[in-house]
Design a protein around this ligand. Structure first.
Ligand SMILES: Nc1ncnc2c1ncn2[C@@H]1O[C@H](COP(=O)(O)OP(=O)(O)OP(=O)(O)O)[C@@H](O)[C@H]1O
Ligand SMILES: [Mg+2]
Length: 469
């Protein structure tokens, strides 16, 4: 287990971010150390030159006051007083005669050759002799008014020594820097990745156990990772809700089909037992076929409603004249209305065009008209009107029928609900359920108001021409 985790470490984001973090940390440290080294080198160099310049001025002044003997005494005293790194001094006449040479122990004749033998005039200013990787010699030269050449120098620790020392220091520093960078990076990213790991753990728990109530713990810090956890939880809630709805629908469909199927079975059993007359058998078969059609219609309608509610109903949207669709439905029910002696009146305003699926919307109006005619007594009236209103089209289907009492009113949209008064008539109790689903799939809405024994009014509101997908 442990080794498996160690093996998988390089492919984890935590490790990779840790390495990035350590690399950035390391590069920054190297740049910083290099800058320190460069500035330090420059500072030491400047300090050395300041000292040499001061000594040069001092020796020139001693020479000008007392000549070579005094200068020799002076340099002897100075060099004796200083235990370390004595100054090199050379005084030469313009003709090349060397009047004084003070050679510190760490200087050699060779260095002198490199500085020139004094016969030629050295340029005023600084000469730097890199003797070996361990030693630099810095000499300041000046020419007095009488032509005397004055040179004062000093050996200085070479930059390479400084560099070597720095390398040692660097090596000592760099190891903890890498360890610190890597562990700091891993600790930080580990903390940062915790919410992501929680999301992964929740997803794994759902997959392995099938439990839909698992949620990701939400952090207190108000940041993007908290948003991720909140959104993930919201998505899980939606999924759980959908899953529950799906299960309920399946349960309901099974329940709803049980009654017609039981009736179908009973009819067939009766037919089996009662085989005397051919006509009776025919009658049973006829009843069985009716029940089969009923089951078929229930399944088809339930599927349509389920598709519409899930937003999966395929709508062929086109700009359509709503009045024309209503006229079609009225024409379809003209005979039924005539048979029942119910008059159907229409009233249309201009500008009733909306982006709808014509076939589905015709189904809506036909269902409403069917209900209105069915629940209106002889000599009653049904009227349908369509008019634009506040950015939508309002279609009203009004009847002077039996009406719906207050307790039934909220239930009429439910699947397979049939009012008490309708039980005797044939019907499935799915018409209004489908009407609501289709209208809502068009981003519209339905309303109803009814007064028992006086009549009902169903209202459909459709958005004008809003594109519906
Ligand atoms: N215009 C109306 N007047 C009075 N009651 C109505 C009216 N429209 C609907 N209802 C009541 O609402 C119930 C549900 O109507 P719905 O259209 O869903 O089913 P149905 O007409 O009984 O059957 P289906 O439409 O599936 O053939 C009806 O059974 C009826 O009781
Ligand atoms: Mg109906």
């Amino acid at each position: 287990m442990f080794w498996k985790r160690v093996k998988e470490l390089p492919r984890t984001l935590t490790f990779r971010v840790g390495v990035w973090y350590a690399s950035i940390f390391l590069i920054s440290a190297v740049l910083l150390l290099w800058l320190v080294y460069f500035l330090l080198g420059a500072a030491i160099n400047r300090k050395d030159r300041d000292m040499i310049e001061a000594r040069l001025r001092e020796y020139v002044s001693v020479y000008q006051h007392g000549g070579i003997p005094t200068l020799r005494d002076w340099t002897g005293r100075v060099n004796k007083a200083r235990a370390q790194r004595m100054f090199f001094v050379r005084v030469a006449k313009s003709d090349g005669t060397v009047e004084l040479v003070v050679m510190p122990e760490d200087w050699s004749e060779h260095d002198l050759d490199m500085l020139g033998d004094g016969t030629r005039v050295l340029p005023k200013g600084w000469t730097r002799i890199v003797r070996d990787p361990e030693m630099d010699l810095t000499v300041a030269s000046t020419i007095l008014q009488d032509g005397t050449i004055f040179q004062v120098g000093r050996s200085s620790e070479s930059r390479s020594i400084l560099l070597a020392k720095f390398r040692q220091v660097f090596l000592v520093i760099i190891v903890p820097v890498i360890v610190l960078g890597l562990s700091g990076g891993i600790i930080l990213t580990n903390r940062m990745m915790r919410p992501v790991r929680n999301v992964i753990a929740a997803a794994m728990a759902i997959i392995s156990t099938g439990r839909m109530d698992v949620r990701v713990p939400v952090r207190a810090a108000d940041d993007e990772l908290r948003d991720l956890a909140v959104l993930f939880n919201r998505m899980l809630e939606c999924n759980e809700e959908l899953f529950r709805a799906l299960r309920d629908s399946l349960d309901n469909v099974a329940h709803d089909l049980r009654t017609p199927l039981a009736r179908l079975r009973a009819t067939l059993e009766d037919a089996l037992q009662d085989q005397k007359k051919q006509e009776t058998v025919q009658e049973y078969i006829g009843q069985a076929l009716e029940e089969t059609d009923r089951v078929q219609t229930i399944i088809d309608t339930l599927m349509e409603v389920a598709r519409a509610e899930a937003g999966l109903m395929k709508l062929r949207i086109a700009q359509t004249d709503i009045c024309a669709l209503i006229k079609d439905a009225v024409e379809l029910y003209a005979h039924v209305a005539e048979d029942k002696n119910v008059s159907v009146a229409t009233q249309f305003s201009n500008g009733c065009s909306a982006a709808v699926d014509a076939v589905r919307m015709r189904q809506v109006f036909a269902n409403l008209l069917d209900n209105a005619i069915r629940h209106t007594l002889s000599a009653g009236q049904v009227s349908i009107s369509a008019s634009p209103r506040d950015g939508e089209i309002e279609v009203k289907v009004r009847d002077t029928g039996v009406g719906i009492n207050e307790t039934e009113l909220p239930r009429i949209w439910e699947r397979l609900y049939r009012g008490d008064k309708s039980r005797s008539e044939h019907g499935l109790g799915l018409g209004l359920n489908l009407v609501k689903a289709i209208v809502e799939a068009h981003r519209g809405r339905v309303e109803v108001s009814s007064v028992p024994c006086t009549g009902s009014e169903f209202r459909v509101y459709l958005p004008f021409s809003k594109a519906v997908t």
